[in-house]
Design a protein around this ligand. Structure first.
Ligand code: GRF
Length: 198
């Protein structure tokens, strides 16, 4: 059974896709051991609680220093003993030590076809604003392993989505979520879980 911890900061629609996938069987051999957010008000925490999943807030605001936050965040992760950590809209700079301890066991969903529109400053709506600004006809989403860089780890899966005439960043974001993110992230977790023996 693959134990996963999902890290979130916002609405949690990707978390919901994972929860639904475990419940309806599209994600096999997987247990969501817990959900951690840096944002006490994240609706993603509500989604976790509604599904009976342990939900925690570890916020930098609650600690005197970044190091204290990093230590607390790593301690919470350790308690949950994840085989895989899933970043689903997690807007926190990861502690170096976390990348080392969980090397090749952290994945992230990014709302573009990496290497386009990624890296520092490209998150949330900003990604879709840039895609519309550039005038691309196709965009999409990418699931990738997390390394020391920003959106630079090995790509696991991608799915293309059409950009339509008159799209606003909000409309495009929703289409990318519905037609790409909520499909390839559960699929990636299922594939990793299928290969996992413990
Ligand atoms: C998604 O667009 C995801 O691609 C990006 O952050 C957003 C999170 O949305 N990483 P949600 O919290 O999963 O609804």
């Amino acid at each position: 059974m693959l134990n996963i911890v999902v890290c979130v900061s916002g609405g949690g629609t990707n978390l919901q896709a994972i929860i639904d996938g475990v419940q309806n069987g599209t994600i096999q051999n997987t247990n969501i051991a817990g959900v951690i957010s840096n944002n006490a008000g994240a609706y993603a925490l509500e989604r976790a609680r509604n599904a009976g999943i342990q939900a925690y807030c570890v916020s930098p605001k609650d600690f005197a220093s970044r190091q204290d936050f990093n230590d607390a965040f790593l301690k919470k992760l350790e308690e949950l003993n994840p085989d895989l950590i899933v970043l689903a809209g997690f807007l926190v700079i990861l502690p170096e030590r976390m990348i080392q301890v969980y090397r090749d066991r952290i994945i992230n969903i990014h709302p573009s076809l990496i290497p386009s529109f990624c890296g520092t400053g490209y998150y949330g709506l900003k990604v879709h604003e840039a895609a519309l600004e550039r005038g691309v006809k196709l965009t999409g989403a990418t699931v990738h392993y997390v390394d020391e860089g920003t959106d630079t780890g090995r790509i696991i899966a991608q799915k293309a989505v059409e950009v339509k005439e008159g799209d606003t960043p909000e409309i495009l974001q929703r289409r990318v979520m519905e037609q790409a993110e909520w499909i390839i992230l559960p699929e990636a977790i299922n594939e990793i879980a299928a290969a996992y023996q413990k």
